[in-house]
Design a protein around this ligand. Sequence first.
Ligand code: ATP
Ligand code: MN
Length: 406
Amino acid sequence: MEGTLTESQGSGQSLELNADKIEVLGLADPDKFPIQPKKHTLEFLRENAHLRFRTNTFGAIFRIRHAMAFAIHKYFNEKGFYYLHTPIITASDAEGAGQMFRVTVLDPVNPPLQDNGHVDYSKDFFGRPTNLTVSGQLEGELGALALGEIYTFGPTFRAENSNTTRHLSEFWMIEPEMAFYDLTDNMDLAEEFLKYLIKYALENCRDDLHFLADRLANEEKEKPKDQRSMDLIEKLEFVVNSKFIRITYTEAINILKNSKPYKKNKFQFPVEWGIDLQSEHERYLVERHFKCPVILTDYPKEIKAFYMKQNDDNKTVRAMDVLFPQIGEIIGGSQREESLEKLETRMKEMNIPTSEMWWYLDTRRFGSVVHSGFGLGFERFVQFTTGMGNIRDVIAFPRTPKNAEF
Ligand code: ATP
Ligand code: MN
C-alpha cells in the first residue's frame, strides 16, 4: 500500500493511511481465510492457533509475553543473578514420580527386554531411563551453591492429566535459587520480582494493556454487576501497590473453616489440616477474605517435596506459595533443607533412592549453606497480566492432554 500517513479522523486508532495504490501481495483464497473482520470466539481461534497471531487480541498478548520475558532477564541481571541453563532431559524422577514424559529411542513395538520381561533401558540412548524435566531446581541448587544467585528460565513438562484453565503439559518456568537466603528473604524476592514485572508491563505495554482491558470490560458487561471483576489496569496497579499478606498454612485452614462457603458446604473439596489446598480455597483467601495477594508458608511436610527445610515442630516445612487473584498458585517455593542427615532421613521416609541422587546430596556433603528458591509459572503470570481466562491463550502453541496440533 502506498499513500499519505495522516492523523486519524476516526476513533480506534491514532494514524491512518490515505491510500493511492493497493497491491495484493499474497492471498490465494481470501474467501476461505478463517479470520474474518468480525468477533471470533477464543475457542474458534484456538482451533486456528496457526493464524490467531493475526488478530489484535493475540498480537497484544504475544507482545506482552515478549516484554515479560525480557523484563525477567533484565530484573535478574540488574540484581546480579546468573542465568543457568539446566537440562531438559533428565534421569532423575525424584520429584514428579509418575507425571513425567519418557524420552526414549527404543522401538515401542519390540523393545529389548531383560530376563524378567521388563524393558532393558541399558540399551536405550542414554543407557538408562530418561524423562523431560519437571523442574530445573535440583540442578539450580548446584549452581546457587557455587555462583551465589542464579535463575533458570526454560521449558518444563508435566504429564499430568489436568484439563484446567491453569495447566499446560508444556510450560515455561522461572526458577531463581539463592545461597544465604532464608524463607523471609525468599518471600521478599518473590514479592519484589512480581511487582517489578507488573510495573514493567504498565510502563511499557500501555497500549496493549488498554486494548485487553477494553476487551475484558466488554466481556464483563454480560455478567451480573456483583460478579464483574476489576478493570485489568486497576487490578495490575492494585497488586503493585499492595503489600502481600503473609500467613501460615495452619492460619489459612482456620480462616477457611470459619468461612461462609465452608459453613454452607459450598466448597467442592474438603478443608482439613494436612490436605492440599484446592484452587477454590486459594481463591477464597485471595479474592474474598484478604482481597489481596497472599503468601502461605509452613505447609504440612506430607504434601510437600523432600528437599524442603523441616521445621522444629516436626510437622511442617518451610514452604511458601504465592497466591494471586484469578489464578490461585502462581509461585511455589521453599527454603531448602541444608542438613545432609535430615535430608537423607526424609528421602528414605519418602522412598526416594538416595543412591541415584548422589550428586544432589554432594552439595550437602561438601559445604552446605542456608539457601532458598522458587518457581514462577510463566504462563500463569502472563495470564494474570493479560487478564486472559484460559492459559491456552497465552502460549503460542499449547500442549494439553490429547492436544499437540500445530
Ligand atoms: P498446581 O498445584 O497449581 O498444579 P504445582 O504445585 O504442581 O501447581 P509447582 O510444582 O509448585 O506447581 O510449580 C511451580 C509453579 O509452576 C506453579 O506455582 C505454577 O505457577 C507453575 N505450574 C505448575 N504446574 C503447571 C502447569 N501444569 N501448567 C502451567 N504452569 C504450571
Ligand atoms: Mn506448588
